[in-house]
Structures are given as C-alpha cells and as structure tokens.
Design a protein around this ligand. Structure first.
Ligand code: ATP
Ligand code: MG
Length: 150
C-alpha cells in the first residue's frame, strides 16, 4: 500500500519511543525525504523496523539515531545507528542467520532467540530491498535499510 513516508516513520518512532521505559536512551530523527510516498507493506515493514530498534535498545548505549534519505531518487534509505556494544567483524556476516547470536560477553545477560534480524532480512528482501550492517566492537552499530520506490 502507498504510505506517506514521513508520517509513517514518525508514527512508528513515536510508538517505539513510548515503549522505551528507560529515560536514559535518546532517539533522534534526521529526515531529508524528497519524496512523499512509498509502496510498502506497512505491517511487515513496521515489524522489520521495530526488530532493529529493539536491538538498538537491547545491545545499546544511550543514543539511537534514525537517518532517512532518498538515494538517487530511486530508493528510500533508513539508517538506524546506536552507540552500543557493537558486533565483532567475524560475526557481522552471520547476524541475519536464523538463531544466530553474537559472541559478545555482554549478550549472556540479554534474552533473545536470534530471530529478529532473520525475519527483518526476509521482510526487506520481499520488498526487493537490501539490509547492510556497519559496526565497530565496543563503539556501536548501524543497520542500513534500502527499499526501492518501484
Ligand atoms: P530476538 O530478536 O529473536 O529476540 P536477538 O536479538 O538475539 O533475538 P537478532 O535480533 O536476530 O536476535 O540479532 C542477532 C544477533 O545480532 C544478536 O543476538 C546480537 O548478537 C547481534 N546484534 C543485533 N543487533 C545488534 C546491535 N544493535 N548491537 C550489537 N549487536 C547486535
Ligand atoms: Mg533482536
């Protein structure tokens, strides 16, 4: 379905912000969106975004930044950046695998099945999009989603 990009993202992020009980986490938005609408499955796309945002809280420090831009007039790019524990280089290529959890020692205290990113990847692929991860262990992680406009 066709959705207004800015209104949609603000709704998802507002709901997410309300769900964060900790006052120690700040969520910043940087939108430069030169197109009004995009065709997406709202329900699944929201699940994908929330999986990444939830991880940013679970494995994070105190800051999350959501950056949204239009690339080459052809795809929507959403980058979700945290300043948390990061992901080891050797683990990066596995984070979208079913049931994978990385080897950071901090993770033993955090509940999870290793399914969130697996589903997120499936959802973005079903939109003919792509998902990439940039991370530095101990510094933070950025997930970059791109979804084509057609
Ligand atoms: P689930 O989402 O099923 O509750 P999970 O969070 O462990 O469990 P995924 O969301 O698929 O599973 O993430 C896979 C693994 O990737 C995590 O266990 C964690 O090791 C690593 N990871 C994901 N996001 C981040 C992040 N923002 N910072 C650091 N590590 C991350
Ligand atoms: Mg998760």
């Amino acid at each position: 379905e066709s959705v207004n990009i800015e209104a949609y993202l603000n709704t998802v992020l507002d709901d997410f912000q309300l769900s964060i009980t900790s006052n120690d986490i700040t969520l910043n938005r940087k939108f430069y969106i030169s197109k009004k609408t995009i065709n997406i499955d709202k329900f699944y796309t929201t699940t994908a975004l929330l999986n990444i945002l939830e991880n940013a809280v679970k494995y994070a420090g105190e800051s999350i930044v959501v950056d949204c831009t239009v690339e080459s007039n052809s795809e929507l790019k959403i980058a979700i950046k945290d300043n948390g524990i990061g992901i080891f280089d050797k683990d990066k290529k596995h984070v979208f695998d079913k049931f994978f959890r990385a080897g950071n020692k901090e993770i033993h205290n955090v509940k999870g099945l290793g399914l969130g990113l697996y589903y997120t990847n499936q959802i973005i692929k079903a939109h003919n999009g792509n998902i990439a991860v940039e991370s530095k262990e101990g510094k933070g992680t950025t997930f970059i989603l791109t979804i084509p406009f057609n």
